[in-house]
Ligand binder design. Structure first.
Ligand code: R5P
Length: 297
């Protein structure tokens, strides 16, 4: 029997690709929200003794988590053999230590919760910073995929003379490999975060790159303050209008509009979270990895 994939919430183009692959069956699930915000779950496809995959990006995680866990519990109750989770964007990866006394380490709690429900997890570029590997906090097998190659291909096809810029030290892990693939120079900014929305950015030695198109690459755009701070700094340095690339289009509040109005040339994201800025398709990463992961019964 083929593995069966249930798509929860909106995974648009990614699910579409799995739909066309004869190796999988797309399961039918009814997810309904009652007027009081409680969730109703109904599994309309047979799952007994089958390998089941639930797919959802975990942006806006507080709203999605409970229906996801209920779906998992329902499927388990119906006799599924195993249940894996494909979360192209994995949330709760940033509060990975106690910064101030009394704080919770939510990365750890979230990981521990998902590990209780799922047999495995697959994701793309989780925000690994102080945690080196997902298995440090997840107790289930995890597969981590990287969007560096599709991003590099996009830059190679679309941009002449790029300068790849990472807005902070953490971004160097993506920037360095993208710059290598594209055969372009790269630089990493110094970022001082003074709060959720207050950021200062400084990049040294930009003088020799005035003829380049700055390409800002980050894993997440949430409030967009990191990108906006970097764009502001580039303007003061009289650089060309930059192109912003993010793997995960989280875009909190009005941040996308704010970014578009900031003098940026373009804002481009991968389709790990469905958004109008999606221009880099990461579906093949997931499909390739799944070929190794799920063996038909
Ligand atoms: C930070 O550690 C991440 O890599 C991103 O730079 C950050 O999450 C972006 O957040 P925001 O858009 O809120 O500045």
């Amino acid at each position: 029997m083929k593995p069966i994939i249930f798509s929860l919430f909106d995974n648009g183009s990614i699910v579409e690709a799995f739909h066309h692959d004869k190796a999988y069956e797309i399961g039918n699930i009814t997810l309904h929200q009652f007027p009081d915000d409680e969730s109703y779950i109904k599994i309309n496809s047979g799952v007994k003794d089958r390998k089941v995959i639930l797919m959802t990006s975990l942006d806006r995680p507080n709203t999605k988590l409970l229906p996801l866990l209920f779906a998992c519990e329902t499927i388990r109750g119906l006799g599924a053999k195993e249940i894996g989770l494909i979360a192209p964007y994995l949330a709760y990866m940033r509060q990975d230590k106690i910064f101030n006394p009394g704080e919770g380490i939510t990365s750890k709690y979230f990981a521990s919760l998902l590990s209780k429900y799922f047999n495995w997890l697959m994701t793309i570029d989780p925000h690994l910073h102080r945690i080196n590997k997902l298995t440090e906090i997840y107790k289930i097998p995890t597969t981590v995929l990287h969007a560096a190659k599709p991003i590099s291909n996009w830059i190679k096809e679309e941009i002449n003379n790029p300068l790849i810029i990472g807005p902070d030290r953490e971004s160097e892990q993506w920037i360095a490999s993208i710059a290598k693939n594209v055969r372009a120079p790269y630089t990493v900014a110094e970022k001082i975060r003074r709060g959720d929305k207050e950021i200062e950015i400084f990049i040294s030695n930009l003088e020799s790159y005035h003829k380049c198109t700055p390409i800002l690459v980050d894993d997440i755009i949430s409030t967009a303050k990191t990108m906006l701070g970097t764009i502001y700094h580039l303007k003061t340095m009289k650089m060309k209008p930059p192109i912003c690339i993010s793997i995960h289009a989280v875009f909190a509040g009005d941040s996308y509009d704010e970014l578009l109005k900031s003098g940026v040339e373009k804002v481009i994201t991968c389709n790990t979270i469905q958004h109008e800025s999606n221009a880099i398709d990461v579906t093949s990463l997931l499909m390739g990895a799944m070929k190794n992961q799920v063996i038909n019964e």
